[in-house]
Design a protein around this ligand. Structure first.
Ligand code: NAG
Ligand code: NAG
Ligand code: NAG
Ligand code: NAG
Ligand code: NAG
Ligand code: NAG
Length: 296
């Protein structure tokens, strides 16, 4: 997401000008730990991303239909990273997240927001045959967060202003009366045009991360993001902070995802996909020349 530097400057000055006694109280209870790297990279935007990420195998032909035809797909790279992916399938990624504590040098820049990303990794944006980029057309995002919406539209993404259940958190734990599934988590996203959810996710935790390796999730969440290809967004996600360790180590998941058209070409439900839940810290480098990210 692109934060316009004028906005950043203004936010910082309005914070500086605020009456010291009126410390802004957080409006809501957020279950996510604070940003542990808020002051470690004083010149960069940092934050945390808590949520789920899942690999949804789709036919290669469907991915080829969705990813703009001028860009190649780095098939060898994802096959190497995902041994066991069925032949002729492509790893679509669905990431449902809460962006929390996003700021610069310890000053929060924008309110927390939720989003669902339906994205296409391993895209050969530069046509060099080896640099992997993520293509993302639609972004389902908290409708009240103007800064996050504008920041995403700056890359040419189509933002769908939405609400989420649970609100203001990355997911919630469901309670079953009859067959209690311990720790089952869910998140639903609703756009303004519809009473029914446009995206639903529901996962049961697994004893370990698999079958897709943790490294794969680290890899795809570090590929630079583009939509119209004019500028690129680099999010460096860190899986090695206190947010992702010990009691908070990544947990493997298995579950079901439903996505409505037009966010996929037709209404689609995917059963028994694998993913994980994790909270990560990130450093974001905005509005870069895509060419400058060659080799990632
Ligand atoms: C979610 O956050 C928004 C904005 O901070 C707040 O207005 C709203 O009341 C919160 N909702 C819940 C359920 O906490
Ligand atoms: C991530 O969010 C979930 C759901 O709100 C919460 O239970 C968990 O503690 C959070 N993780 C961290 C590291 O804050
Ligand atoms: C970051 O914040 C610290 C403490 O407020 C301040 O001393 C330092 O100058 C700031 N660094 C930058 C690059 O703004
Ligand atoms: C969504 O609809 C509600 C209720 O009609 C309205 O108050 C809100 O402004 C709409 N939000 C957006 C982002 O369009
Ligand atoms: C992701 O994996 C591919 C294939 O191994 C590799 O070429 C690329 O550099 C990795 N990208 C990142 C951001 O780690
Ligand atoms: C955490 O990982 C990042 C890159 O992924 C690396 O630059 C950093 O040195 C690591 N930090 C620690 C404490 O290992």
């Amino acid at each position: 997401m692109h934060l316009v530097s004028a906005n950043v400057a203004c936010l910082i000055c309005s914070v500086a000008l605020a009456v010291p006694t009126t410390s802004p109280s957080p409006p809501t209870k957020v279950d996510s730990l604070p940003n542990p790297i808020g002051t470690l990279y004083p010149n960069s935007v940092t934050g945390t991303i808590n949520g789920t990420i899942a690999v949804v195998p789709i036919p290669y032909a469907l991915a080829r239909e969705i990813i703009p035809s001028q860009y190649g797909i780095l098939k060898k790279a994802y096959k190497f990273a995902l041994p066991g992916l069925p032949h002729n399938m492509y790893p679509l990624i669905v990431r449902s997240i809460l962006d929390h504590d996003v700021g610069i040098n310890g000053t929060q820049l924008i309110p927390d927001f939720q989003s669902v990303h339906i994205f296409y990794p391993f895209v050969d944006l530069l046509g060099d045959g080896y640099s992997s980029f993520v293509y993302g057309k639609y972004l389902i995002l908290t409708g009240t967060n103007t800064a996050a919406i504008e920041g995403s539209e700056a890359y040419g993404q189509i933002v769908i202003p939405s609400t989420f259940k649970p609100e203001n958190n990355s997911y919630a734990f469901s309670h079953h009366h009859h067959s209690p599934k311990k720790g089952e988590v869910f998140l639903n996203a609703y756009s303004n045009e519809s009473d029914s959810a446009v995206v639903k996710t529901k996962f049961t935790p697994l004893p370990s991360v698999g079958p897709w390796p943790l490294d794969f999730y680290v890899n795809v969440t570090n590929q630079p993001i583009f939509a119209d290809g004019v500028k690129c967004d680099q999010q460096i996600t860190l899986f090695n902070t206190t947010l992702s360790k010990g009691a908070y180590a990544p947990v493997g998941l298995k579950g079901d995802i439903s996505i409505s058209a037009p966010y996929l070409p037709s209404d689609s439900t995917f059963k028994n996909v694998f993913g994980l839940k994790v909270d990560v810290a990130f450093i974001e480098n905005n509005f870069l020349e895509c060419q400058s990210l060659q080799g990632l």
